[in-house]
Design a binder for this molecule. Structure first.
Ligand code: ISC
Length: 397
């Protein structure tokens, strides 16, 4: 199955269609190399309610090598940001590394790590108070952000190149709606496949349950073993797998978990992961529509979903926008790959807002969850040339 692509779209106009934007509208760098090019046009914006209709209309008169790609927001009521363009073979490009490492930078934790721990504590208290009730909260994923300000514009292409050096991730950049007339991009390196589709075959590879990688190989191995033996992390993980199996099963004639739950890793994190594979009943449903049906999984939201969504709104100080949404691409046959938009930042000029979240279930420890989010910032911070442990500032080591 073709599950990873390298897509580059050039010569895009901005989302509002007001100005020309010379930067690519979307780029995905994974194991397979493929790319799209030519003029990218913004799809009319809308929500998941009219997504299938907009996709079908967009492909109706488009050439066979046409692609749609971009970002779905975390909040299902918000508008997505999708682009249409023609696919073209991947071209090797020289990327300047000028601007990295960042110079004259400052980092602000928003909220501070201690406030984040308090919110985790509140969610845990709520779970305890509601235990046994109908509609009780079983899991919530709470996120925090780091605002990085540099003394110069952040070079997104160079950053993408550095993020893509980890073979376990899909590095991406997606042009978002401009802010005050200035270009905004979502850029990151996600390890989590929400959904890929090739013909009737689909796959999903949810991750939940995490431990920070260690430099010393023996300590690193024990961290992995502790994660694999952790009841709390397996409960946190199983909620995601069950949700995805339940959501996909009505759409599939076959659905299986061939290898069970295994350890997976990026260069900076260990995770529990479960690859799910299926065969669709109706192979004409486009991958982006399937992704929007699955999103948001309890790897980024919680269970029950509606309760978790409203508590996230209450406990997180700022809207997530496209963090914890989905990013990906879809071709005219409906095939494509959509990834969970994590380990990423929204970048505008000299500013990047990095996001990281952690799944909370009964038994979670507020301080450990703050550390976990701190560790999840590590890969992005390192790619910017900043201290990888800057997200741990303010936490007792
Ligand atoms: C929500 C994030 O990670 C998710 C994916 C993998 C492991 C997770 C965890 O262990 O909490 C999260 O569910 C994030 O990185 O911002």
């Amino acid at each position: 199955m073709r599950s990873r692509m390298n897509i580059r779209i050039t010569d895009a106009s901005d989302v509002a269609g007001l100005t020309r934007n010379p930067s690519p509208a979307f780029v995905f760098r994974g194991r397979d190399n493929a790319s799209g090019g030519g003029a990218a046009t913004p799809l009319p914006r809308g929500t998941r309610h009219d997504l299938a209709e907009r996709i079908s209309r967009a492909f109706a008169d488009a050439p066979q090598d046409s692609l749609i790609g971009g970002a779905l927001p975390f909040d299902r009521a918000d508008q997505d940001c999708l682009w249409q363009c023609r696919a073209e073979p991947a071209a090797a490009e020289a990327v300047s590394t000028r601007g990295l490492p960042l110079q004259d930078w400052q980092i602000a934790a928003q909220p501070p790590a201690s406030d984040y721990s308090q919110s985790v504590g509140r969610a845990l208290q709520l779970m305890q108070d509601e235990a046994g009730q109908t509609d009780a909260l079983h899991k919530i994923v709470l996120a925090r952000s780091l605002l990085v300000r540099a003394g110069h514009d952040i070079p997104v292409d160079a950053l993408l190149r550095r993020l893509g050096q980890d073979p376990a991730v899909t590095a991406f950049r997606v042009a978002l709606p401009p802010r005050d007339g200035r270009p905004v991009v979502l850029c990151g390196a996600t390890p989590e496949l929400l959904l890929s589709k090739s013909g009737a075959e689909i796959a999903s590879h949810p991750l939940a349950g995490s431990a920070r990688r260690e430099v010393d190989p023996a300590i690193d191995r024990s961290a992995a073993e502790a994660l694999m033996g952790s009841d709390k992390d397996h409960r946190e993980h199983a909620i995601v797998v069950e949700y995805i199996m339940d959501s996909l099963s009505p759409l599939c004639r076959e659905l299986a978990i061939p290898q069970g739950t295994t350890l997976t890793s990026t260069r900076s994190m260990w995770h529990l992961g479960t690859r799910i594979e299926g065969r669709l009943r109706d192979m004409d449903t486009p991958s982006v529509v399937l992704a929007s049906l699955l999103h948001p999984t309890p790897a980024v939201c919680g269970l029950p979903m509606g309760r978790a969504e409203s508590l996230i709104r209450e406990l997180e100080p700022a809207p997530r926008d496209f963090y914890a949404g989905a990013v990906g691409w879809c071709d005219a046959q409906g095939d494509g790959a959509w990834h969970v938009a994590i380990r990423c930042a929204e970048i505008c000029g000299a500013e990047a807002r990095l996001y990281a979240g952690a799944g909370i279930v009964p038994g979670s420890d507020p301080l450990a969850e703050a550390h976990e989010t701190g560790a999840k910032f590590g890969a992005f911070l390192a790619a910017l040339g900043l201290p990888a442990d800057a997200g741990l500032a303010g936490l007792i080591q």
